[in-house]
Design a protein around this ligand. Structure first.
Ligand code: GN1
Ligand code: MG
Length: 360
């Protein structure tokens, strides 16, 4: 949609949430794959007049109400906990509505802007790995006494890799984008390892409230102290498996390059980063995790990295319908990158397991 139209909708959304307020500035914000995010400045008294406003992707999240209800519950619970990080404040209109529906049919929602933060998709130091690990470990710990059955599943089967695998087989059979032949080596590589997906469901691990998208890019660092300011992107917080959060942290923290980098030769497991991730993650969460959860953290990393490779390749074979792409082979590059990282983990598994045991 045209830039002007988008700005018009943002102004209307702000007027909906904060009647009588006017917008003085709009700027694109962040690098998330799913929603379009902007920062707005207004003359509102709340939040120094600054807000994060998002065009909400309701193709991906089919029940926006369920997302808003989950976020409200998580917000209310975390407000009672002693967290070192700030929590997200969703903005509702005077009638408790969390979405503005524009005439175009697009949905908009808003949060108080968290000032003084920055995010990154690639760890620059082991200290960042420690801090991000600690933030997500503390987050899961703070949510461990909230009844998981109160939260809706905002994306059904989100980390159900078995059903993702079945869907993938369907795409390979129908070949809608005519890319199967050329992608055959990648399909074969996934086939060699896909048994991991089938191991997960039988693991005796508890269902907990987890973040489900615990990548480095979903924390905010504080600009001056470089400590963690907030855990962001709460849309997928729902009942799940803690190994998914640890796995996404490992996926996004241990490689020297971002998930879509074509510099495959650079991809490796940086063990000192992995060690600091384990130290940070387990510092608060060790007390709530079961022995099996702690023992299987490396499996969590293998699982989520392979699942991400599967998701990127499925999207490539489907003709790029889910992840935004900047060039035609973008999802293929992402797939090769994640498969490469997965293979690096296989080569370092024993060392990684020894590190986990040091902190578990
Ligand atoms: C998406 O929106 P963003 O960038 O935080 C995706 C995650 C993927 C991630 C890969 C709802 O997260 O599951 O792991 O991209 N979110 C959804 O970078 O699919
Ligand atoms: Mg995000």
């Amino acid at each position: 949609m045209a830039h002007n139209k988008t700005h018009q909708e943002i102004r209307a959304a702000v007027a909906f949430f904060l009647p009588g307020c006017t917008v003085s500035g709009i700027k694109g914000h962040g690098t998330g794959h799913i929603h379009q995010t902007y920062r707005v400045s207004t003359d509102a008294a709340r939040s120094s007049g600054r807000f994060l406003i998002q065009q909400f992707n309701h193709q991906v999240f089919k029940s926006p109400e369920a997302v808003a209800a989950n976020i409200a519950l998580v917000h209310a619970h975390l407000a009672t906990q002693q967290l070192d990080t700030v929590i997200l404040h969703p903005v509702s209109d005077p009638n408790e509505q969390y979405f503005y529906i524009a005439e175009s049919g697009r949905l908009w929602r808003m949060f108080d802007f968290i000032d003084g933060g920055y995010s990154t998709e690639r760890a620059e130091s082991a200290q960042q790995a420690y801090l991000a690990g600690k933030a997500f470990g503390a987050f899961a710990t703070a949510l461990s006494d909230l009844d998981a059955s109160l939260l809706a599943e905002t994306i059904p089967g989100f980390h159900d890799s078995v059903s993702r695998w079945r869907d993938f087989e369907g795409v390979v059979n129908t070949d809608p984008a005519r890319r199967v032949q050329e992608a055959m080596p990648l399909i074969e590589a996934l086939k060699r390892h896909h048994h991991i997906f089938f191991e997960l469901p039988s693991l005796p691990v508890p269902v907990r409230i987890v973040h489900n998208d615990a990548k480095l890019g979903n924390v905010l660092f504080e600009q001056t102290s470089h400590r963690i300011l907030a855990v962001t992107d709460w849309d997928t917080i729902m009942p799940g498996c803690i190994l998914a959060d640890f796995g996404d942290l490992a996926r996004s923290l241990i490689s020297p390059v971002e998930e879509d980098s074509p510099r495959y030769d650079k991809i490796q497991v940086q063990l000192p980063y992995f060690e600091q991730l384990c130290r940070g993650f387990l510092e608060d969460s060790s007390a709530i995790l079961t022995t099996i959860e702690k023992e299987r953290l490396v499996l969590g990393a293998k699982w989520i990295i392979l699942e991400q490779a599967l998701r990127f390749l499925s999207d490539y074979l489907s003709g790029d319908v889910y992840y935004p792409v900047c060039y035609s082979e973008h999802n293929k590059t992402r797939t090769i990158n994640q498969l490469r990282l997965f293979e690096e983990i296989l080569a370092h598994e024993a060392a990684m397991q020894a590190i986990v045991e040091k902190y578990a």
